[in-house]
Design a protein around this ligand. Structure first.
Ligand SMILES: NC(=O)C1=CN([C@@H]2O[C@H](COP(=O)(O)OP(=O)(O)OC[C@H]3O[C@@H](n4cnc5c(N)ncnc54)[C@H](O)[C@@H]3O)[C@@H](O)[C@H]2O)C=CC1
Ligand SMILES: O=C(O)[C@H]1O[C@H](OP(=O)(O)OP(=O)(O)OC[C@H]2O[C@@H](n3ccc(=O)[nH]c3=O)[C@H](O)[C@@H]2O)[C@H](O)[C@@H](O)[C@@H]1O
Length: 464
């Protein structure tokens, strides 16, 4: 296997962009070209002002500034980048299907298939194709089938190399991952391909953190990792509801169980519900696959994680309605946060969207502030649900650039994202500008509840 000197990555999104920027930073001897069909996205990645890149991640603009133009390139010329590359990463979106068989459950693999067909059509030399996108177990079979039937004589090796970065900490996760997972064939060529990818990561990651498996274990492990992480959140959120009935405190319960080294302290933070582009999609996918093999108990077991999460989002919204004397019609509710977690501008599947939707059904007037999410995105997220017309979403929601303005005249504040800056606001000033009794629903348990109560707020946390 020849030395890898040119990499192409198809898909310049939240995974392709940061992942490949870090590869380029750490491997200056490799030319990395990230391609995408979306011209606006590529233009933003190429923006001379590196602060305008389309993905907000702490530390990312510095990495891009270092490597861009040196050995990191962003382009819309997909064919050229495929043709030149020794190794091609597929990092395109794999959302839940919205039509046909598997609608609402299975992964939509049409973009993966398009990539495979394009690679098959364009390639004139042997290539290693790496699945970076999260895919249902045995997807590599379909990719192989397309690539091995081109009739061109070009040889392909297919690897699975799922990504475990979390948004908001992507750069840190990529520079020092818990592990890198590479799945490949057991043949001599398969092992050579695995080694070629190991050699790239080994330029900055200790070898004992680079795990190799067969392709199917690798594909499945990605879904399972996300399912386990999300399961912990649904588990603690389920207990949060019980805490609210019993005067137990969820933060104390989390600490008490998390100090057991077998349980561990991470991912035990009760919240308004998990969001993000992947947890729900990947679990639905796991459920769908299990059901398609007739494993109904397995499917039902994992589906409960989603059912619990939906319940958590809904009960947060209903709690607001109930606490505001069973009606929010015409009342102003301020939302602090719209992103699905802090330190990202990503809003996909954010709990805030669903809470807003419930409150709009109750005719509330919502005033939103998020430090990184732009107005267009917020309206787009609500319109995507198709619960009501775009005009009605516009008339029910106002987006502010200033948190104090968003809270002005509000009956209640809901904290939907755990942005650090929320903790440091002048809460007395906010209290004075609100209608009384002023209520705060802290969906992330991040604020100083004692202080807020002293100011005069009525405070509702999760699980307390
Ligand atoms: N967002 C995350 O934190 C993580 C996502 N993943 C997985 O990574 C994959 C990508 O996710 P994101 O980067 O978040 O998605 P994204 O939607 O941000 O980016 C995907 C990009 O691929 C482009 N694309 C689609 N088809 C194309 C084609 N045929 N040719 C060229 N470009 C094409 C789209 O225009 C889009 O810009 C998904 O499978 C996801 O499950 C895995 C780990 C973390
Ligand atoms: O496949 C993916 O897309 C990624 O999904 C998650 O990463 P991400 O969704 O970016 O962010 P997380 O930190 O996992 O948070 C997900 C959601 O759970 C919520 N959460 C997280 C932790 C917790 O204790 N409580 C809680 O409510 C967050 O607020 C957020 O809404 C995984 O953590 C990554 O390892 C994985 O690569």
């Amino acid at each position: 296997m020849k030395n890898i000197t040119k990499i192409c990555c198809i898909g310049a999104g939240y995974v392709g962009g940061p992942t490949m920027a870090v590869v380029a930073k750490q491997c200056p001897n490799i030319k990395v070209t990230i391609v995408d069909l979306n011209e606006a996205r590529i233009a933003a990645w190429n923006d001379p002002d590196v602060n305008n890149i389309p993905v907000y991640e702490p530390g990312l603009s510095e990495v891009v500034a270092e490597a861009r133009g040196r050995n990191l390139f962003f382009s819309t010329d997909v064919d050229k980048a495929i043709d030149e590359a020794d190794m091609i990463f597929i990092s395109v979106n794999t959302p839940t299907k919205t039509y046909g068989a598997g609608k609402g459950m299975g992964a939509d693999l049409k973009w993966i298939e398009l990539c495979a067909r394009q690679i098959a059509r364009v390639s004139k030399s042997d290539k290693i194709v790496v699945e970076k996108s999260t895919l249902p177990v045995r997807t590599a079979e379909a990719v192989k089938d397309i690539l091995h039937n081109t009739g061109s004589g070009v040889k392909f090796q297919i690897l699975s190399n799922p990504e475990f970065l979390a948004e908001g900490t992507a750069v840190q996760d990529l520079l020092a991952p818990d592990r890198v997972l590479i799945g490949g064939d057991d043949s001599i060529e398969g092992k050579e391909a695995i080694q070629a990818l190991v050699d790239i990561y080994a330029q900055w990651i200790p070898l004992d953190r680079i795990l190799t498996t067969n392709v199917w274990s690798s594909e499945l492990s990605k879904l399972v990792a996300n399912a386990f992480l999300a399961q912990r959140i649904s588990s603690i959120n389920a207990i949060s509801e019980l805490c609210e009935k019993t005067e137990a405190n969820i933060n104390e319960v989390s600490r008490a169980i998390g100090t057991d080294s077998r349980i561990g302290p991470k991912f035990l933070k009760a919240s308004v519900g998990f969001g993000g582009s992947c947890f729900q999609k990947d679990i639905l996918n796991l459920v769908y696959i299990s059901r398609s093999f007739g494993l109904s108990e397995v499917a039902d077991y994992w589906e409960q994680v989603i059912i619990m999460n939906d319940h958590q989002k809904k009960r947060f919204a209903l709690n607001i309605v109930r606490s505001l004397y069973n009606t929010v019609s015409g009342k102003k509710i301020a939302f602090l946060g719209w992103a699905f977690k802090k330190d990202t501008n990503d809003t996909r599947e954010s709990a805030a969207i669903y809470v807003a939707d419930e409150l709009l059904n109750e005719q509330a007037s919502i005033q939103i502030y998020d430090p990184k999410v732009v107005e267009k995105q917020i309206y787009g997220d609500l319109d995507y649900l198709e619960t009501r017309s775009a005009e009605l979403n516009k008339s029910g929601v106002t987006v502010f650039n200033d948190p104090y303005e968003a809270c002005n005249d509000a009956h209640a504040i809901a904290v939907l994202t755990e942005w650090d800056e929320f903790k440091d606001y002048d809460w007395k000033r906010i209290y004075d500008s609100m209608l009384k009794p002023a209520k705060i629903f802290d969906g992330r348990n991040i604020l100083d509840h004692k202080l807020l109560k002293e100011i005069g707020f009525k405070v509702y946390g999760i699980g307390m």
